[in-house]
Design a protein around this ligand. Structure first.
Ligand SMILES: NC(=O)c1ccc[n+]([C@@H]2O[C@H](COP(=O)([O-])OP(=O)(O)OC[C@H]3O[C@@H](n4cnc5c(N)ncnc54)[C@H](O)[C@@H]3O)[C@@H](O)[C@H]2O)c1
Ligand SMILES: CC(C)[C@H](C(=O)O)[C@@H](O)C(=O)O
Ligand SMILES: [Mg+2]
Length: 358
């Protein structure tokens, strides 16, 4: 099994290295993985003049799965797109047609104190945000900044075709069918035509899944309910921009953005696995980032792309045990817990994975 490892920028390489350690620990008693690293993001632009070098893109396409860190920094975010580290990720998602982005959010009881929300609100939280990843205002044309009537005008276009909505809706109903059989579609159909079409198509697709309870929410109400009664949700299916925002908000249900993994899958089942967080320039290079989102993304990769559910379960159990033993990174630190750096947390999880194999 061949894995493309694209660490990227900021804390990306730091946390990805810990996920690689976890995969090596799984491989010690089981499947063998060939892992090939390549540059992406600002790191690739600085070295080769392109944030997504062709060699990196081809490696990603050829591999059985991709383990991704983070791309972009605040400085490069303001450059033209072709020089922007973060743009490499958008290009790769589009090029590989990774349209279905699963972002599972589950409250870990040991971390209840790390969240800014009350313990009773977090009880039984187990939901998935399914974010459409290759359409919407992220890619719609026309776009750009031009001068009109003597002043600058910025334009982006919210656009979805029926088939783009249909395929992600199917992914949502299938995910719900395998879980608690509830799908909540989040849109803004009271204002935007694109979202009127979204609601119509999701409703049509829903007729093929009579066993799944379909509900609809406007995104503003969904944002509020995600904080008020998060345990009521099962699968949330939504567009690219709303999914981006809602999933970062939902991260606080787990205690930290550093806990949220993700899988981005295409129609052939090929996947890119990455933490939901970014390159976190504010904490990069200090060995304090939480690597668990990246480690849990590696577990999703084993389950969803590499047919290794046992390896995935071992990683997930190891993470739970390390947390139960009271080890924490700074972002989820509590009184009485043992503070670990990024590397040490990766070591602790890898050690636990090896112990679970005995
Ligand atoms: N998938 C990606 O590659 C991705 C995702 C989001 C943002 N970005 C890029 O990353 C850069 C920084 O963006 P941002 O600050 O808005 O978002 P961010 O997710 O990088 O960080 C937001 C906050 O969460 C904290 N945080 C994030 N991950 C953490 C971890 N693992 N452990 C502990 N704390 C963590 C950061 O320190 C910061 O305070 C920008 O250039 C942005 O475009 C990239
Ligand atoms: C880095 C950025 C382009 C990206 C997005 O907006 O999709 C990020 O925020 C994410 O959530 O993966
Ligand atoms: Mg985001």
């Amino acid at each position: 099994m061949h894995i493309a490892v694209l660490g990227g920028d900021g804390i990306g390489p730091e946390v990805t290295a810990q996920a690689v350690k976890a995969l090596r620990a799984v491989a010690a008693n089981g499947p063998q993985f060939e892992m090939t690293e390549a540059k992406i993001g600002d790191a690739a632009f600085d070295a080769e003049g392109d944030p997504l070098p062709e060699r990196t893109a081809q490696l990603a396409e050829r591999a059985d799965a991709i383990l991704f860190g983070a791309a972009g920094t605040f400085d490069s975010d303001l450059r033209p797109p072709e020089q922007r580290g973060g743009h490499a990720l958008l290009r790769l998602r589009k090029r590989m047609d990774l349209f279905a982005n699963f972002r599972p959010v589950f409250a870990i009881p040991e971390l209840a104190g790390a969240s800014t929300l009350r313990r009773d609100v977090l009880k039984n939280v187990d939901l998935v945000v399914l974010r459409e990843l290759t359409g919407d205002i992220y890619f719609g044309q026309p776009r750009g900044i031009h001068v009109e009537g003597g002043e600058r005008v910025g334009i982006n276009t919210m656009r979805y075709t029926e088939s783009e909505i249909r395929r992600v809706a199917h992914a949502g109903f299938q995910a719900a069918r395998a879980r608690k059989k509830k799908l909540c579609s989040v849109d803004k159909a009271n204002v935007l035509e694109t979202m009127v079409l979204w609601r119509e198509v999701v409703t049509e697709v829903g007729r093929e899944y009579p066993d799944v309870e379909l509900s609809h929410l406007y995104v503003d109400a969904a944002a509020m309910l995600l904080i008020r009664k998060p345990a009521d949700f099962d699968v949330i299916v939504t567009g690219n921009i709303f999914g981006d925002i809602l999933s970062d908000a939902a991260a606080m249900l787990t205690g930290s953005l550093g806990m949220l993994p993700s899988a981005s899958i295409n129609a052939e089942g090929k996947g890119l696995y990455e933490p939901v967080h970014g390159s976190a320039p504010d904490i990069a290079g200090r060995d304090i980032a939480n690597p668990l989102a990246s480690i849990l993304s590696a577990a999703m990769m084993l389950r969803q792309s590499l047919g290794q559910p046992e390896g995935a379960a071992r990683i997930e159990r190891a993470v739970r045990r390390v947390l139960a033993e009271g080890y924490r990174t700074a972002d989820i630190m509590e009184d009485g817990a043992h503070l670990l750096g990024t590397e040490a947390m990766g070591d602790a999880v890898a050690k636990e994975i090896l112990r679970l194999a005995d």
